[in-house]
Every structure is written in structure tokens, then in C-alpha cells.
Design a binder for this molecule. Structure first.
Ligand code: SAM
Ligand code: 2KA
Ligand code: SF4
Ligand code: MG
Length: 248
């Protein structure tokens, strides 16, 4: 179920720079061509021994609440902002994560969901939530047809709306690549603004991955501007700072 637990700086999205504990869950039904975590799905579970040390101990099973909660108590730090449930796709384990997040909230911690939004029916309340809005170009279209994509996109909007209505501090994130067009992302911004014009859209230039390249400065800025037509200044560029810092 869990592939790793570690403490680091939030490297993406609206809360970039904040101290987090990340709980990464295994497995994902999607296969985004840029995904930098896909290979972790078949790793044995590893848990950081000392907060931020990057020194891990392998565990066979952290599925028990007391074990995971114990681990969090051991690696939490005074600057801890929130605990992220990520993956893979964490909502594959929605019931278990609901249990964990209720315990963590009772212990005074904030929770953060990092999800691809494909399971709106599995959405529960999280203090913070990031829904990664996928674009058609994020998939190898040999196994991802237009009908399947439209269903995914609509589910992502439903997940954002559900989290918004639950009172979660929810934001959208969209990875843009070298050839992503402003029109494509503008549609995302328009659809988000129909849910709530105070929802932040994070434009995340892809970190180079295999032969996938980042967008030019001009393209990035053009994309942000057209999104601003719908979301005003609720548009921010966030690129994976943990990679620049050489951190997990
Ligand atoms: C690994 S996914 C796990 C959570 C969830 N499945 C999702 O897609 O949001 C976490 C985030 O990593 C980001 N990501 C993965 N690979 C990336 C890359 N090469 N460049 C930029 N962001 C990337 C995506 O924005 C994604 O939201
Ligand atoms: N530092 C750091 N920040 C992150 N924000 C989202 C991440 C993810 O993989 O879900 C991530 C990650 O893997 N590392
Ligand atoms: S949905 Fe998230 S975990 Fe799954 S392949 Fe895409 S980026 Fe990776
Ligand atoms: Mg990551």
C-alpha cells in the first residue's frame, strides 16, 4: 500500500516551500508520459529514519494506523505545515486514507491530498488539496482514446468542485510541456473559473523527463496570461523546486 514516508519541502503547487511529511501510496491507473514517480510503484516500503536525512529503513508493512502514526510522530518537526497523501494515486486507498486523516486531524495536523482527480466518488475532506488536471497530450494515445480522456477530465472537474464545496483549500495544477498550446490550458482556466474564481491554477512546467522538454519562457508566460483572462491573478507558475534543491 505505502511505498515511502519522508519529510521534505513541498516542491510543487500552492504551498511550495512549506515543510511536509509525504506519504506515498503505490499504484496508479494512469500513465502520464511525464510521471517521475511511476517506478516507485513496485518498490518495497521505505520510511525515513531521521527527519529529512534521506536515510531510509525498509518496512514490510506500514498499513497499521499505529505504525504509520508512530512514524509521523517520530519524523515530525516544529516547522511541519501539513501531511501529504500522494502516490501513485492515493485515492485507490480512499477508505484507509480517510481513517489516517481523521486521526491526524485529531492530533492537530493538517492534511493534503495530491490526486489526479479521477475518482470524484472517493473524495473526502482534506484541509488542502491539489488536483492535477491532465491534458490529452499527457498520454500516449495508443491506449487512451478521446472518450476516455473526456471522462477523466470531467471527473477531475467534479473532484475539484466536490473539494471546493467541502471547504477544502483546493487548487488545480496542470503540467505544461514544450508544445502545450495556450488555448488548451485556457479551457482549463475557464472551466475552473466556472467552479470558483478564487481557485488557484498552478501552471507547472514539466521537469525534463526522457525526451519531454519544458516550455519556452514565451510560451509559459503566454499560457499564464490567457489563463488570467478567466482567473485573474489566481494563476501561479510552480516548478518542482525539490529537484533544484536535490531533495526528495
Ligand atoms: C506523482 S503525482 C502523484 C499524485 C497524483 N497521481 C497526481 O498526478 O497528482 C504528483 C505530481 O507530480 C507532478 N509531476 C510528476 N512528474 C512530473 C514532471 N516530470 N514534471 C513536473 N511535474 C511532475 C504532477 O504535477 C503530479 O501532480
Ligand atoms: N518535495 C516534494 N514535493 C512534492 N509535491 C508533490 C510531490 C509528489 O510526488 O506528489 C512531491 C515530491 O515528490 N517531493
Ligand atoms: S496520475 Fe499521477 S501518479 Fe499517475 S501517472 Fe500521472 S502523474 Fe504519475
Ligand atoms: Mg514527486
Amino acid at each position: 500500500m505505502i511505498s515511502e514516508v519522508f519529510s521534505s519541502i513541498m516542491g510543487e503547487g500552492k504551498f511550495i516551500g512549506r515543510r511536509y511529511i509525504f506519504i506515498r501510496f503505490k499504484g496508479c491507473p494512469l500513465n502520464c508520459i511525464y510521471c517521475d514517480e511511476y517506478t516507485k510503484n513496485d518498490m518495497p516500503c521505505r520510511v525515513e529514519e531521521v527527519s529529512g536525512s534521506g536515510i531510509f529503513k525498509e518496512y514490510i508493512n506500514t498499513a497499521e494506523n499505529n505504525n504509520l502514526i508512530e512514524i509521523i510522530n517520530k519524523i515530525k518537526t516544529p516547522d511541519l505545515f501539513a501531511i501529504s497523501f500522494t502516490g501513485g494515486e492515493p485515492l485507490l486507498y480512499a477508505d484507509k486514507i480517510k481513517e489516517y486523516s481523521d486521526i491526524l486531524n485529531d492530533l492537530g495536523h493538517k492534511t493534503h491530498l495530491e490526486s489526479n482527480g479521477m475518482f470524484p466518488d472517493k473524495i473526502n475532506y482534506f484541509d488542502y488539496s491539489s488536483i492535477d488536471i491532465k491534458l490529452k497530450e499527457h498520454f500516449d494515445f495508443n491506449n487512451f482514446n478521446s472518450k476516455k480522456y473526456d471522462e477523466l477530465y470531467n471527473n477531475e472537474l467534479k473532484s475539484i468542485e466536490k473539494l471546493y464545496n467541502l471547504g477544502s483549500d483546493v487548487y488545480g495544477k496542470v503540467v505544461i510541456m514544450e508544445n502545450t498550446t495556450p488555448e488548451t490550458v485556457e479551457q482549463v482556466a475557464k472551466d475552473l473559473s466556472d467552479i470558483g474564481d478564487d481557485i488557484i491554477l498552478c501552471i507547472q512546467p514539466v521537469s525534463p523527463f526522457k525526451d519531454i522538454k519544458s516550455p519556452s519562457q514565451q510560451n509559459l508566460l503566454k499560457i499564464m496570461e490567457v489563463c488570467g483572462n478567466h482567473l485573474g491573478d489566481s494563476v501561479i507558475c510552480t516548478s518542482q523546486i525539490h529537484k533544484y534543491l536535490g531533495m526528495l
